[in-house]
Ligand binder design. Structure first.
Ligand SMILES: [Zn+2]
Length: 290
């Protein structure tokens, strides 16, 4: 499946990514509404990673313009019920938008063939059972005949279905389409293994920003940690974003290329330019190819 990804991601200011073919918005930072304009109607699902203002501030504008959107958020992030309440008072006609809290490891079936799985991350420090920050994995779901029935004739299969029902003969096969890290430090590599397309944050680049990392209230990733992880897991395409404006685009780009070579990255790497909207990221934002 070809995916058209439009987005903006600059640390501190705004982050959002719209996956057009899936109708999925990951995060809803400033500028999303004015950038997507006529395409807003194509948003069906908004998965918000956490309650930092630069990841959600466009939600209350989106709601009156597209009230069919289902908004999903980490279940213990209190900002979302507050924002839902505000949105519904501010635009009282807009009552159809669904706001749905998500736990860690929850599977949400958007359609029969489209599933989103939430993964807890450690961006915001919280006790294990408290969910304030999530990453999201989008999977395609297909029903396939179980191995033990593969050598039956079509008549035998029809009989089996008549006797046992279709569900007993089939198994679900999940194929990863796209994974969104949200804001997160790099930790357990298995979280993002088998991602097909991985959108990952890379807030810190150089030694100056690395020093800021030590003092940061919430945890983030450095470019080097992300590339080291990607070198060790199965990902087909990597999109890097959430860079800091403290670093020039030139420095960011040269560091991506240097570290991709150093870690022997074997997949194409794309990057979100700081301070800019990127339209069709996979067609236009390639920075490294093996
Ligand atoms: Zn952020």
């Amino acid at each position: 499946m070809n995916l058209t990804i439009t987005g903006y991601s600059t640390a501190l200011f705004s982050t959002w990514y719209f996956i057009e073919e899936l109708g999925i918005l990951f995060d809803a930072g400033d500028g999303m509404v004015s950038a997507l304009t006529q395409k807003l109607g194509k948003i069906k699902y908004a998965f918000i990673s956490h309650a930092d203002r630069d990841h959600l501030s466009a939600l209350h504008r989106l709601n009156p313009l597209n009230e069919k959107v289902r908004v999903f958020y980490p279940k213990d992030a209190g900002s979302f019920p507050a924002l839902e309440d505000f949105s519904k008072r501010f635009d009282p006609d807009n009552i159809r938008t669904n706001w749905e809290p998500i736990d860690s490891g929850q599977r949400v079936y958007l359609r029969n063939d489209l599933v989103v799985e939430s993964i807890r991350n450690e961006h915001i420090k919280a006790p294990e059972e408290v969910i304030k920050s999530l990453s999201y994995k989008v999977l395609e779901s297909k029903k396939k005949l179980k191995e033990e029935y593969l050598n039956l004739s079509s008549d035998e299969i029809k009989n089996k279905i008549a006797q046992e029902g279709r569900d007993g003969l089939m198994k679900e096969v999940l194929t990863p389409l796209i994974t969104y890290s949200g804001d997160t430090p790099v930790d357990d590599y298995s979280r993002f293994n088998n991602s097909n397309i991985l959108i990952h944050e890379a807030t810190f680049i150089d030694s100056v920003s690395e020093r800021l990392k030590v003092n940061a209230r919430n945890k983030h990733s450095s470019l080097e940690e992300v590339l080291e992880m990607v070198a060790n897991i199965k990902v087909n395409q990597l999109i890097l974003g959430h860079f800091s404006l403290r670093c020039s685009q030139k420095l960011i780009d040269s560091e991506i290329i240097r570290l991709c070579k150093y870690y022997g990255i074997e997949v194409p790497v794309y990057r979100m330019k700081t301070g800019r909207i990127s339209r069709d990221v996979l067609a236009k934002n390639l920075i490294y190819s093996p």
